[in-house]
Design a protein around this ligand. Sequence first.
Ligand SMILES: Cc1cc2nc3c(=O)[nH]c(=O)nc-3n(C[C@H](O)[C@H](O)[C@H](O)COP(=O)(O)O)c2cc1C
Length: 141
Amino acid sequence: MRLSIFANYLGSGDSNPEALGLYIVKSLNKYDILYSHMIEPRMKTLAEMAECPQSLVSIRKSFNNTFIVAGGYGREDGTKAVAENRADLVAYGRQFLANPDLPKRLELNAPLNKYNRNTFYISDPVVGYTDYPFLDETITA
Ligand SMILES: Cc1cc2nc3c(=O)[nH]c(=O)nc-3n(C[C@H](O)[C@H](O)[C@H](O)COP(=O)(O)O)c2cc1C
């Protein structure tokens, strides 16, 4: 179950997203749902990060199974979120799109390809989706 409870674009905003999130995860607990994947409140508008006082921590604490977070994470803060028990797992969106070998790059602390916003959501099946180079290609290029 993946939810963006704090999102407010396209009329999706809620007057009390934290209460909504708590209600949802408590409901999911009743069905022993395997994981809850939530987008950080800082991602209010589409793929843009903003400072924000809200957090997913109380919702994380109320969910019984695996809790996944996403939204603006990099190597350091992703590792920190798991180490501080704010999540079981961290999902990467744009970094994964731009780096087909992201786990390897994170493991090696290798440089990352920069994502190109202009090719997000375009209909071409290759450009912006499967044409970012692997690390080996970057090194030998
Ligand atoms: C090109 C593109 C397509 C996306 N498609 C979806 C989607 O179909 N469903 C969804 O829940 N999120 C989608 N997202 C949002 C990402 O899954 C993710 O939540 C968002 O990019 C924030 O995480 P990030 O900072 O790691 O990129 C998409 C993002 C991008 C850039």
